[in-house]
Every structure is written in structure tokens, then in C-alpha cells.
Design a protein around this ligand. Structure first.
Ligand code: SF4
Length: 351
């Protein structure tokens, strides 16, 4: 590892000067680079942005802040309404924790988000990254939220060779040395913006970077060699069956998935377990609480989650009288339900 000759504070000054002129002002959760931030909006944005792109988050963020403009409004929301509003954004445990966290802040802390990381960490759904982001961005407190952009920018600037993200504390240590007094939020957002708009993963635009003359990775001519990553593990493929169960009156069976587990609490079609070892259609139908004439569709639904690929065969079942319990929805109205993406792919086969 090679230390830049430029002092950390000079690097920070260059970064903040760049940020004042070139920082992003088109994000829904901030009006302009630099300036005060509402802790509620910072928290909501950071939860939504976990594993999700800015472009995907913006419409959801706008909808949530219109529907529930502050933490007390969200604390009073019906969890099912919040889950419906979240549908399509993925990682649904975040939505359930969102309501719990809003209730904890509203009921136990008079609607005020704590300032310090250790207090924020006691709230549902807030991990070390989000705690650091709220402390820094909402309160200008001394914290460095280390996300993918920050890892990329600082590992390049300092040519840090530790494997990422496993060693992101190393990056946090370098960031801490650069923290400007009272402007931790501007510093964090500036790092994030530099990573998002200049120091991009594949084609960093070093000519537009305030650190062009200071950056060790650039000087080595190997900017994209950083961050150093562990070899990727192959994702396994799980298989299963989904059921389009239709009554004679044109209604289709939906179910609410259990709160715990993948897509917890979301609405979807009945499915078998998703497992690496495939079962055939006959076995799949035999385990279900409904009966009727069934037919296997030719199409397979493919979807990728963080840790695995999913292949779902689809079976259409025409049930007769005495239908099983469940949520019955007119077939033409299924697309208007708040379904997670994989379920939408199933319904698309019938529209
Ligand atoms: Fe990234 Fe290039 Fe700037 Fe270094 S000089 S931080 S590689 S954009």
C-alpha cells in the first residue's frame, strides 16, 4: 500500500470544492449539494438504497414521502399498506423494519432520530452503514458511511490492496483521517457522488477528478484494479413450481407469504418450496391443498435473487366447487395487486 504525499486535509478540501460545484442535486432526498438534511428523509433513502439503485428508489421515495411525510405519519401507517407501497423494491424485511423503526422513533424518542451511531444501532433495521450515514449526513456527526462508492474511491486513492468488502473497516479508517470538522455529511455525500459520477467502476474519468494528481491507483495506471475483490462464488439454482389456481368464475388464488423468509409478508401465487433438487409436476400438485384439472405450461419463469437463481415451472389448475381458503382475486385484476417482481413474471404469462 502506498500513502499519497498529499495530506488528508488537503485531499478533503479538494473533494469538498469539487462537490460544491459538481455534486448531484437531482436526487429526491437532497435539494442541493451541501446543506441541511431531514433525518427522516436520510433514513428512508438509505434504507431504500440498500442493494438498490438510485433510479429504482426515486419513485418509491417520492411516493413514501408524499404518503407519509414524517416519521410520525409512517409510525401510524398500516403495515400492509407499507408493504403494498414497497412492492417491487425487493428485500421486503426492510419494509417491515421500516414501520417498526418509525414506531420506535415516534413512541420512544418523541419523533427524533438519535445522533450517535451506538443509539441508532438499537433501532430495528438500522445496521452499521445506515447508522453512520444518519450520523454523518443528517447530523454532521463524526462518522464515515462506507458503501460501494466510498470503497471504490478510497481504495483507488490510497491503492489499498485489502480484499473488499470484507475489509471495509480499513477504508473507514482512511476516511476517518480525512473527516472535516462539522462537515461529515458533505464529506460522505461528496465521496458517494465522486464514486457515482467520476470514479466509476469500469471507466473512471480521472481527468475530471479533483484527485487526479494525488491518486495512487491512477499513478499506477491501474485504477480499475481497485477495489481488490475475492473471486465470485457461483450462485446455485433452486427450482420449484408456482400455481395459477383459477375458479370457474374467473377468480385466481393468491396467498400472503409467511412474515419470515424471502418475500416475507408479500402477496403471491402458491408455490412449492424452492430447492436445488427438482421435483416433478405430479409431486408438486400432490402436496397442495387444492384439487382440480391441471396443466403444465410450456414456459419457465426465471428470476435471480441475491444468493440464488430461481427456475419456476408453472401449473394451471382449474378448481371446482368448494374452493380452498385464500385470497381470491379477479384474474383481470391480478396485475393491479402489489406483487413482488417474481410473481409479476408469473402473472404476465396469463395476461
Ligand atoms: Fe478514481 Fe481516477 Fe479519481 Fe483516482 S484519479 S479517485 S481512479 S477518478
Amino acid at each position: 500500500m502506498h500513502m499519497p504525499t498529499t495530506s488528508p486535509h488537503i485531499l478533503t478540501d479538494k473533494l469538498l470544492a469539487w462537490f460544491a460545484g459538481a455534486g448531484r442535486s437531482d436526487l429526491a432526498w437532497r435539494d442541493a449539494p451541501c446543506g441541511e438534511r431531514d433525518p427522516y428523509r436520510v433514513w428512508l433513502a438509505e434504507i431504500m438504497l440498500q442493494q438498490t439503485t438510485c433510479a429504482a428508489v426515486i419513485p418509491y421515495f417520492n411516493h413514501f414521502t408524499t404518503q407519509w411525510p414524517d416519521v410520525k405519519a409512517l409510525a401510524g401507517a398500516d403495515t400492509d399498506d407499507v408493504m403494498r407501497a414497497w412492492a417491487g423494491l425487493g428485500y421486503y424485511a426492510r419494509a417491515r423494519n421500516l414501520v417498526k423503526c418509525a414506531q420506535a422513533v415516534a413512541d420512544e424518542r418523541q419523533g427524533v432520530f438519535p445522533i450517535y451511531e451506538q443509539d441508532l444501532l438499537t433501532l430495528p433495521g438500522i445496521g452499521p452503514y445506515t447508522a453512520a450515514a444518519i450520523t454523518a449526513i443528517a447530523h454532521q456527526g463524526p462518522a464515515v458511511p462506507v458503501d460501494g462508492n466510498v470503497i471504490r474511491v478510497l481504495t483507488r486513492l490510497y491503492a489499498i490492496e485489502d480484499v473488499m468488502p470484507a475489509n471495509k473497516d480499513v477504508v473507514g479508517g482512511y476516511g476517518a483521517k480525512m473527516l472535516p470538522q462539522g462537515r461529515s455529511g458533505d464529506f460522505a455525500e461528496a465521496l458517494m457522488d465522486l464514486g457515482a459520477t467520476v470514479c466509476k467502476p469500469k471507466n473512471p474519468n480521472c481527468a475530471a477528478c479533483p484527485w487526479e494528481g494525488d491518486c495512487h491507483a491512477h499513478a499506477q495506471g491501474h485504477a480499475t484494479a481497485y477495489p481488490v475483490k475475492a473471486p465470485k462464488k457461483e450462485k446455485p439454482t433452486r427450482k420449484g413450481w408456482a400455481f395459477w389456481v383459477e375458479r370457474a368464475d374467473g377468480h385466481v388464488l393468491l396467498e400472503r407469504r409467511p412474515d419470515k423468509g424471502l418475500l416475507g409478508g408479500m402477496t403471491g401465487f402458491p408455490t412449492t418450496h424452492w430447492q436445488v433438487d427438482a421435483i416433478d409436476a405430479e409431486q408438486a400438485v400432490a402436496g397442495q391443498p387444492f384439487e382440480g384439472a391441471w396443466q403444465v405450461l410450456d414456459e419457465t419463469v426465471l428470476h435471480t435473487f441475491t444468493h440464488f437463481h430461481l427456475e419456476l415451472g408453472v401449473i394451471k389448475v382449474a378448481v371446482e366447487a368448494a374452493p380452498p381458503k385464500g385470497l381470491w382475486c379477479a384474474a383481470h385484476d391480478v396485475d393491479n395487486q402489489a406483487l413482488p417482481s417474481v410473481m409479476k413474471k408469473i402473472s404476465a404469462l396469463f395476461s
